[in-house]
Ligand binder design. Structure first.
Ligand SMILES: [Zn+2]
Length: 580
């Protein structure tokens, strides 16, 4: 593992003296974790080193879990705040939120979710007896805007990252809840392109916000308008057959796509639950091995698919063992190692009364991830999975098999194993880099692998078609997945196009949906749009924002693999063709 890995271990990267020292520490922590792992089983470490799998957040192995959908209400310090003035109560809600984010950001390795940002504030207004009068609404609005600004400005996580925060909202029909949604989305719409965080996920549900007669239909329209301008919000679809069985109030996801819902120890819910960790499997590598072994033979596609599934299962078994090991060593920590979780009781289970960490952490998920289904199928069959019905069926068959195997892990080990359509980040570039060392195939040469089960970014496929092709995979990826639709430029004023896409998502089994387009802003004159040089002042100091791994990021800070992917992206928007 070279320096490149520590340097680009996240979709975004900022350097500072602290970051420099941190990066050296990360490198050393990873090295040590791999040695420990190799001592347990040589194969575990070598699978990672060879790029057959990627153990995410390796540097925090045995120290912490990944990401949490916080239960912010249960341990909220109501008593402390009860004597404050109304002004102070409102501002302290957000002070508390910032406090939670900073502390959790250093206590865990991944994202921080608010499962119902609108309703939670509405409930806190009630519990703190804050009147919903004009003056207080103004304070609330200012506080939300200040909170959003802070989310963008605060690179307090190891002095280099802003925190990965996700606000799920859209369901609350109370006066305060609706006001929260309105303020957050309108502020996003109004502010410059620099404001790209936190990630906002709009929960869509008929009867609440999707149909013109629904009480929050106006909020949905506002959300779509904002997406047209800034790619935010993304959409969690509760009318889609993959989510319609869940209570939308209890289910939320991370901006990156991680989904924690089903639980063998209790009801299906996300609030107060975490993903413990995930490991991604390099699918193209498996195909490359099979291709190399059968080079001289006539291609027998169906035989190759069987071989692929068998080889994948073997690797997945090791992945499962590593995840189990990671889970077990995590349980050796003390409750005191998670002071913020403890103090504010952010999990569904009570930190204060639990007899062991196991009682809490067993509710988390252990995820087996994957990347590059498109390349894997292309290597095995000679064509993309979406060029024929037969190949599409093969691709679905592979993912269905993966899910069955992962369900088997869950049953056998009585832990919440899930199949995750991994977000690319580092691995989209790291895996082909490793594969190049051993294989010669032009599919590797473009420098990145296609995210999870996605259609290639340069397919130019019509958005509705893309949704139809990707839809069938969503039900299998129960650990989280997303479908993106790529527009050539901001579809401003074309809310119909976005609504059409969301509607297609609902009817094609899509779980989570994002709209992407290139967002550029001239740093000299402030002109925004999609351009190489500024069309207004001719300047070429351009700030470019793109979505990577679920979150919006500044293009300058992308990883090598993601930069390569962005260069290949082609729009899917014949719905909104502007002739690009
Ligand atoms: Zn300009």
């Amino acid at each position: 593992m070279g320096m490149a890995e520590t340097q680009y271990d996240n979709a975004s990267q900022r350097l500072s003296p602290t970051a420099h020292i941190y990066n050296i520490g990360v490198k050393e922590a990873k090295r040590r974790a791999l040695i420990t792992l190799a001592n347990k089983n040589r194969k575990f470490a070598s699978l990672h080193k060879k790029g057959i799998i990627h153990i995410h957040d390796l540097e925090t192995y045995k120290h912490t879990y990944n990401c949490l959908q916080m239960d912010v209400l249960k341990g909220f310090p109501l008593e402390r705040m009860s004597k404050y003035s109304e002004f102070r109560k409102i501002t302290e809600i957000f002070y508390h939120y910032r406090n939670l984010i900073v502390k959790l950001g250093h206590e865990q390795s991944g994202g921080i979710g608010f499962p119902n940002f609108d309703e939670e504030i509405s409930v806190l207004f009630e519990r703190l007896s804050i009147a919903d009068e004009t003056n207080n609404l103004q304070i609330l609005k200012d506080s939300i805007e200040s909170f959003i600004d802070w989310s963008n400005e605060a690179h307090e996580r190891i002095c280099q990252y802003s925190f990965y925060v996700t606000l799920n909202l859209g369901l609350s029909t109370s006066k305060i809840g609706r006001y929260v949604t309105k303020c957050a989305i309108e502020y996003f719409m109004r502010t410059s392109l620099d404001v790209i965080k936190p990630n906002i996920i709009f929960k869509i549900k008929k009867g609440v916000n999707f149909l013109p007669e629904d009480p929050n239909y106006d909020m949905f329209c506002l959300a779509v308008k904002c997406t047209c301008k800034k790619m935010i919000p993304t959409y969690l679809l509760f009318d889609s057959n993959v989510n319609e069985m869940y209570d939308p109030w209890k289910v939320a996801i991370m901006g990156c796509r991680t989904k924690v819902v089903a639980n063998i120890f209790g009801e299906s819910r996300s609030i107060g639950r975490a993903n413990i960790d995930y490991i991604s499997i390099n699918l193209p590598r498996i195909s490359l091995e099979i291709e190399l072994a059968t080079l001289k033979l006539k291609k027998n596609i169906d035989k190759n698919i069987i071989k692929f599934k068998k080889k994948w299962t073997e690797i997945a078994n090791s992945v499962k063992d590593i995840l189990l090991d990671r889970y077990r060593v995590l349980l050796e920590r003390k409750v005191n190692d998670f002071p913020c979780n403890y103090k504010y009781n952010l999990w569904d289970q009570d930190f204060k009364t639990a007899n062991s960490l196991e009682e809490i952490f067993k509710h988390g998920t252990l995820s087996v991830g994957f990347i590059g289904l498109s390349e894997a199928v292309e290597i095995l069959t000679g064509e993309k999975y979406y060029t024929s019905a037969a190949n599409h069926a093969r691709a679905i068959d592979i993912v269905r098999h993966m899910r069955e195997v992962v369900d088997g892990f869950k049953d056998k080990h009585q832990l919440n194993f899930t199949l995750l359509a991994s977000s690319g980040e580092l691995i989209s570039g790291r895996f082909p880099e490793e594969d190049k060392k051993k294989f010669n195939n032009n599919i590797i040469n473009k420098g990145y692998y296609t995210n999870s089960f996605h259609v290639d970014v340069d397919s130019g496929m019509h958005p509705i078609k893309k949704i139809q092709y990707e839809g069938p995979f969503h039900e299998y990826a129960n650990g989280g997945c997303i479908t993106y639709v790529e527009f050539s430029s901001a579809p401003i004023n074309n809310t119909d196009a976005i609504m059409e896409v969301i509607d297609a998502g609902n009817t094609n089994g899509i779980n989570y949906l994002g709209i992407n387009f290139p967002l550029d802003r001239c740093r000299s004159c402030g002109e925004t749009g999609t351009f190489d040089g500024c069309p207004k002042c001719g300047g070429n100091n351009i700030h470019r924002v793109r979505r990577v791994s679920g979150y919006l990021e500044d293009l300058e800070f992308f990883t090598v693999g993601k930069k390569a992917e962005v260069a290949y992206r082609k729009p899917n928007d014949r719905i909104n063709n502007r002739g690009e």
